[in-house]
Design a protein around this ligand. Structure first.
Ligand SMILES: Nc1nc2c(ncn2[C@@H]2O[C@H](COP(=O)(O)OP(=O)(O)OP(=O)(O)O)[C@@H](O)[C@H]2O)c(=O)[nH]1
Ligand SMILES: [Mg+2]
Length: 464
């Protein structure tokens, strides 16, 4: 395809399991030389009769180099095209831990295999036509999935369900295009009206399918990328205590000394299946030294980029100037008001808060007594999902790249529909349809340039 795409005739090798102590470690080879290389290093327990290795069979034996046994292993051969990459693949399962796996890898590299680039096995599966780009990206999403729900969505994508939906849209666009070309090339009196109606029907169908995919995509993106939730509030209201209960572990130091948290604390969590980056900030307003100045600066940076701010007050205290000041600094933000310490006698009324924060949802909780934490989690979920339920069976679109391309197609189709309504020349529509088709093909990888391919696979881990 291009200079950026490494040679497909090479045999590539990499450690496919996580590096570190573990039960087994796997070195994977793919390419025309993989079986030959395996034959040179692997001594089957069954002896010569094990040769030639049968496909999809597991062999017990030892990896040897110059008569030295490196490890006792299991070897699996998967011959082309029935393998992950559609090429001859060999997997050597040695004992886990760094040394054995590394020794096996070095040995096969010494015999002519080349160290695989990140994601190169999956890239080969794509370039050899076993999976499309959507499925290749789903592999990465599965590896990186942080919640059950995002894993479920990616598994659907890997099975090709998004591809099937995209194919339906493509068929409609092609249907419209073919009809259009016929009208342009064989203009006969009397059939133009019927032709235009057929094109309109195809376009409407394609657009409805795209609209449905995009409607669920916002939730899909959320499941994949997560949301940034920042805890704000003046010192001592219990921000760090809230962080700890939401994380379900004592991560931040909690004390009755105002100004306990001096640096921002970032942790990943799951709130009702949504991946969340939780950030606890320092409640400081008037920094006393350069460290506190830096803490305030960091808090502000996080606040600005937050998807949701949990603005925290203490039920046991009236609002103070500090509360007003913080509230003002959060103007324009998506805020959920949390009144903590609801186990103590209530001094702060909802009306007091509504006066400075009209129309915001207020949740009363107690971090230390774990009161109404489930309600707080539900309120966070409702806020970020805009009150909709996440139905993972509906979500097929999660990847920003796919969403953007589909939006392009949506626009092109809308343009075609407008031209059709205005009875404009069919050539205009033809151009728009071609663009829409190209946008779809960018998603599945039918039409993709080498640089984009490079950037997609470069974020994979080596060995996948
Ligand atoms: N009664 C009661 N006390 C609480 C509650 N939550 C936190 N506290 C106490 O309030 C004090 C301050 O809690 P922190 O979580 O450290 O407060 P913070 O907002 O992080 O404070 P800074 O880091 O100083 O800005 C501690 O003594 C906590 O034990 C609660 O729900 N009820
Ligand atoms: Mg704190």
């Amino acid at each position: 395809m291009s200079k950026n795409i490494p040679d497909m005739n090479d045999t590539i090798a990499a450690i496919a399991t996580a590096i570190g102590p573990g039960g087994i470690g796997i070195v994977r080879l793919s390419g025309p030389q993989s079986v030959t290389i395996a034959e040179q290093v692997f001594l089957p327990t069954a002896g010569k009769k094990a040769l030639p290795f049968k496909s999809h069979k597991v062999y017990h034996g030892h990896i040897q180099h110059k008569k030295n046994v490196i490890d006792e292993v299991l070897l699996t051969v998967m011959r082309a095209p029935k393998s992950y990459t559609c090429e001859d693949v060999v997997e050597i399962s040695s004992h886990g831990g760094l040394m054995a796996v590394k020794a096996v890898l070095e040995l096969v590299l010494g015999l002519g295999a080349r160290l695989a680039q990140p994601g190169e096995f999956t890239k080969r599966a794509f370039l050899n036509g076993r999976i499309d780009l959507v499925q290749a990206e789903a592999v990465l999403d599965i590896i990186q999935a942080k919640t059950q729900s995002s894993l479920r969505v990616s598994t659907h994508q890997l099975k090709g369900e998004l591809t099937v939906e995209l194919e339906k849209i493509r068929e409609d666009l092609l249907g419209a295009y073919v009809r259009l070309e016929a009208l342009v090339n064989f203009p006969e009196d009397g059939i133009e009206d019927r032709g235009r109606n057929e094109i309109a029907a195809h376009l409407a169908h394609a657009k409805a399918n795209i609209d449905a995919l995009l409607a669920a995509s916002e939730q899909g993106r959320l499941l994949r990328e997560g949301v940034k939730v920042v805890l704000c509030g003046r010192p001592n209201v219990g921000k760090s205590s809230l962080l700890n209960v939401l994380l379900k572990q004592p991560r931040a130091i909690v004390s009755d000394v105002a100004g306990t948290t001096r640096d921002t604390i970032e942790e990943s969590a799951q709130i009702r299946g949504i991946p969340v980056q939780l950030i606890d900030t320092a409640g400081i307003l008037s920094p006393r030294d350069t460290i506190e100045e830096e803490a305030v600066k960091r808090s502000h940076i996080h606040m600005q980029s937050a998807d949701l701010v949990l603005l925290t007050f203490a039920a046991s205290e009236k609002l103070t100037d500090e509360d007003f000041k913080i509230t003002r600094s959060l103007e324009g933000q998506n805020i959920l008001v949390v009144v903590n310490k609801s186990d103590l006698p209530a001094v702060l009324a909802d009306e007091d808060i509504r006066r400075i924060l009209p129309g915001r949802k207020i949740i009363r909780v107690s971090a230390s007594q774990k009161i109404a934490i489930a309600e707080l989690e539900a309120a966070i979920e409702a806020n970020v999902l805009h009150g909709q339920n996440v139905d993972t069976t509906n979500i097929l679109l999660t990847n920003t790249r796919h969403i953007e391309a589909l939006k392009d197609a949506q626009q092109d189709i809308a343009g075609s529909q407008e031209f059709l309504r205005d009875n404009l020349s069919l050539e205009f529509i033809s151009e728009n349809l071609k663009e829409a088709l190209a946008a779809l093909d960018r998603i599945t990888g039918r039409d993709i340039d080498a640089d984009l391919l490079e950037s997609i696979f470069s974020v994979f881990c080596i060995g996948k």
